[in-house]
Ligand binder design. Structure first.
Ligand code: PA5
Length: 428
């Protein structure tokens, strides 16, 4: 694969590949707006001081990065902790579905607590976040008055254009920028991810430092030296051999959303021109008791990539017990994480024997530096992977198709004809 990887690397680095205008994420860890970074930290401090809850409104690339980072970096029961234990505002998410129950329940959970809103949308017109923003803006205005509400709204959007930018300027909301050359799924290291992550109490300097380390580590096109490129090459070799679905797996429940973020990164980047690896996920050992059967013996089109943690945040040992009815005496005194690692080793052996290729991405810790590094690893690997498969990894033309239909059915002005046609087709 070296010749193909060298060509893909050249397309990415020299901007000769498709979608070249959307490569600014490549140097984000080092070449970012330092003044804005300072403003993000200042805004996070203000929100920490005046709010018990931050409602982050966004969807897709304007949601998943912050969500996965908050889960990855905090207590497994972050949301259930008391304010005193958590010490920082609760970061909750809205605008990532059209469920009215979810919105009502979120309002219920906020209750009479002080809150702020970070609305994130590059276009400013995406249906889900726009509807949620109306609801939570109204809630803020009812609670704090118009001026008070305006001081609690933070808009992360396009530098110059779009409905949200226009409204933010008119109302005096503090704004942060989604840079032009960074697509939504590559935007977690911009204000899109950084503000909510900073509000949650995580160290965004360390996050950027980890990404910066990866930026220099993964610059060498030599396949023997570059693990991100190795990952891209392996998954493409496997894809061509018929392994068309890749499961991103973890052995830590707080990495569930990491897989959701990765699924958007991989799926939206690679699934086009009627080709591409289908990104899916599994959470182990939980899913070994559900999906495990299929993975072991089902259709042989699966490959697996495990993100394996070396050092858990806490160690708990298997306690001794009076009786040995559960047959666990032989494990007494062992760390549960050691048991987890033996499960991982056993699964890799079983699945490999069963004909499922398994790759592993080893990470040291669940801290900010490691996460920043991991984010960059996956971003650069997926970009190279897209070029290896001959597509533009930076566009997403397919996400518009359903929207046209939905606008037709909703009766949005300008879409009436499509709506009428569609209603006939579906016998509405
Ligand atoms: O990656 C993408 O481009 C999408 O997932 C978008 O981030 C998502 O549709 C949200 O768009 P916007 O930020 O314009 O509201």
């Amino acid at each position: 694969m070296q010749a193909m990887v060298t060509a893909a690397d050249s397309e990415l680095r020299n901007g000769t590949g498709a979608g070249a205008d959307f490569r600014d994420w490549l140097h984000l860890p080092t070449d970012y707006d330092k003044d804005e970074f300072a403003r993000i930290k200042a805004a996070a401090k203000k929100i920490q001081a005046d709010s018990e809850v931050l409602v982050v409104i966004g969807i897709g690339g304007s949601y998943l990065g912050a969500r996965m980072a908050v889960d990855f970096l905090h207590h497994s029961f972050y949301q259930a902790q008391t304010a005193a234990d958590r010490k920082q505002p609760l970061v909750l998410f809205a605008g990532n579905s059209l469920s009215s129950s979810y919105i009502a329940d979120l309002i219920d959970v906020i209750g009479d607590r002080d809150f702020s809103v970070n609305v994130i949308s590059k276009s400013g017109t995406t249906t889900e976040p726009s509807i949620a923003f109306r609801v939570f803006r109204q809630l803020l205005e009812d609670k704090y008055g118009v001026d008070g509400a305006n001081a609690r709204i933070y808009a992360t959007t396009d530098r110059q254009r779009g409905a949200l930018k226009t409204e933010a300027d008119a109302e005096g909301w503090e704004t942060f920028v989604i840079p032009d050359g960074v697509g939504g799924r590559f935007s977690v290291l911009t204000a899109v991810g950084l503000l909510p992550i900073a509000v949650s109490g995580a160290d965004i300097d360390q996050l950027m430092a980890g990404a910066a380390k990866a930026e220099v580590t993964y610059v060498n096109p030599d396949l023997t030296q570059n693990e991100a490129y190795q990952y891209a090459a392996y998954r493409n070799i496997l894809y061509r051999k018929g392994f068309t679905t890749e499961l991103l797996e973890n052995y830590e429940p707080n990495m569930t959303m990491l897989a959701e973020w990765w699924k958007q990164l991989a799926g939206e980047s690679e699934g086009k021109d009627q080709k591409g690896i289908y990104p899916s996920s599994a959470n182990f050992t939980t899913d070994l008791h559900s999906l495990g059967q299929y993975i072991q013996e089902g259709r042989r089109n699966l490959m697996e990539t495990v993100v394996k943690l070396a050092e858990p945040n806490h160690n708990v040992k298997v306690p001794s017990a009076k009786s040995d009815l559960d047959g666990l005496k032989y494990l007494e005194g062992k760390e549960i994480d050691w048991v987890n690692t033996q499960a991982y080793r056993a699964v890799v052996a079983a699945h490999t024997t069963g004909g499922v290729p398994v790759m592993t991405v080893n990470i040291a810790k669940e801290d900010e530096f490691t996460l920043g590094y991991l984010i960059y690893f996956f971003e650069v690997a997926i970009a190279i992977s897209g070029y290896l498969n001959g597509i533009n990894p930076f566009n997403q033309p397919g996400v518009e198709a359903y929207k046209t239909n939905m606008f037709g059915l909703l009766g949005k002005p300008g879409f009436e004809e499509i709506g009428e046609q569609l209603k006939k087709e579906i016998n509405d």
